[in-house]
Design a protein around this ligand. Structure first.
Ligand SMILES: C[S@@+](CC[C@H](N)C(=O)[O-])C[C@H]1O[C@@H](n2cnc3c(N)ncnc32)[C@H](O)[C@@H]1O
Ligand code: SF4
Length: 295
C-alpha cells in the first residue's frame, strides 16, 4: 500500500460522496475542503466513518450484515462515550466527508438529539447520514434537527409490513428533511459467524473488492474497525483480533495518532473477511425476517 492507495481510499471516495451521494446539497466550500485536505501534504482527510449508537433493532433480518439479530441482549450505547470516540478522531484529522449514524435502528436511540446537536456543530464533518429501516416515526424535535442542509437519511425499503415508508417520507417532506428511499436492495449473504481459515492473499483480495474497503470504517466501544461486521463480530465475542482494529484512546501525540490511523487505514486486509462470505456474491432477498421464509 502506498501514497496512491491512500489517494484512492481517501480523495476519490470523498469526491464521490460529495458530488454524487450529496450531489443535490453540497456547497463549493465543502468540495474545496475535500480537495484541500485530500491533496495538500500534511492535511488529513477521511472519507467516511460509521458510528454505532445502538444494537437494538425493530426488525430481525435473517441476513443482517451487522448481526443485529444475534444480540440476545441488545443495548443502547452511552452517548457521551459515542461522542468521545467520534470527537477524538476528529481532533486529529482535518475533514471527515461523511459520518453515518447507525444501529440497529437509529430512530429508537433515546439520545439521538444529543448526538445530532454535537456532530452537527462540528464543522470538520461535511455531511451526516442516518440509515433507517423506516419502522419508527421520529418526534418533532428530531425532525427539526434533521432538517439541516448537511443531513441525509437513507431509508432501506425492504417491503416488510411493519415499515411506514409512505408516512415517513410524507413527514420528512413536510419538515424539509432530505432522504433517499432505497427499494430493491441487493443483499449478499454474509454466511455464518464461524472462522473460514482464508489465507492473507485471499483476505486482501476480498477486502479490496468490498464496499468496506473505502466506506465502512466503524466506531464501536473506543475502537475503529475496518467494517461494521468486524465490529459486531468482536462485540458478540465471535472474533478476537485486537490487532485488527485501531485503539482510538491509546496514549499518543497528534503526529503518532495520524501515523497510526493511516497505518490502520492502509492495512491490506481485515480478519473480518475470514468470517464473511460476501466475496462469494450469493444474492439473497433483503429484509427476510428470522424464522420466516418471506418478508
Ligand atoms: C445494518 S443496516 C442498519 C440500519 C437500518 N436498521 C437499516 O436496516 O437500514 C445498514 C445497512 O446495511 C445494509 N445491509 C444489511 N445486511 C446486508 C447484506 N447482507 N447485504 C447488503 N447490505 C446489507 C442495509 O440494507 C442497510 O443499508
Ligand atoms: S438490516 Fe435489518 S436487522 Fe439489520 S439493522 Fe437493519 S433492519 Fe435491523
Amino acid at each position: 500500500m502506498n501514497q496512491n492507495t491512500y489517494f484512492r481510499k481517501n480523495f476519490t471516495p470523498s469526491v464521490y460522496l460529495v458530488t454524487q451521494k450529496f450531489g443535490s446539497q453540497y456547497t463549493p466550500e465543502q468540495l474545496f475542503r475535500v480537495v484541500r485536505d485530500g491533496l495538500l501534504p500534511g492535511r488529513a482527510l477521511y472519507p467516511r466513518l460509521v458510528c454505532v449508537m445502538t444494537t437494538w433493532c425493530t426488525l430481525k433480518c435473517r441476513d443482517c450484515n451487522n448481526l443485529m439479530s444475534c444480540y440476545e441482549h441488545p443495548y443502547h450505547l452511552d452517548p457521551d462515550l459515542v461522542l468521545k470516540d467520534v470527537e477524538k478522531i476528529l481532533e486529529n484529522i482535518d475533514t471527515l466527508t461523511e459520518l453515518e449514524l447507525i444501529g440497529g435502528e437509529p430512530f429508537i436511540y433515546p439520545d439521538l438529539d444529543k448526538i445530532l446537536d454535537r456532530v452537527l456543530s462540528n464543522k470538520k464533518i461535511l455531511f451526516v447520514s442516518l440509515t433507517s429501516n423506516g419502522t419508527v416515526l421520529p418526534k418533532e424535535d428530531i425532525l427539526k434537527k434533521l432538517a439541516n442542509s448537511r443531513v441525509r437519511i437513507e431509508f432501506s425499503d425492504y417491503g416488510v409490513k411493519t415499515q411506514k415508508l409512505d408516512e415517513l417520507t410524507a413527514l420528512f417532506d413536510r419538515y424539509g428533511v432530505k432522504y433517499d428511499r432505497n427499494p430493491d436492495l441487493c443483499w449478499v449473504s454474509p454466511g455464518g459467524v464461524e472462522k473460514r481459515g482464508k489465507n492473507k492473499v485471499r483476505l486482501a483480495k476480498e477486502y479490496k473488492n468490498c464496499f468496506a474497503f473505502k466506506y465502512c470504517s466503524t466506531i464501536l466501544h473506543g475502537r475503529l474497525y475496518h467494517c461494521s461486521r468486524g465490529a459486531h463480530l468482536t462485540d458478540l465475542g465471535y472474533m478476537d483480533c485486537p490487532e485488527d482494529s485501531f485503539d482510538i484512546h491509546a496514549k499518543r501525540d497528534r503526529a503518532s495518532f495520524r501515523r497510526d490511523l493511516k497505518k490502520f487505514w492502509l492495512f491490506p486486509y481485515t480478519m473480518a473477511c475470514d468470517y464473511c462470505d460476501h466475496a462469494l456474491g450469493n444474492k439473497v432477498p433483503s429484509g427476510v425476517q428470522v424464522g420466516k421464509e418471506e418478508k
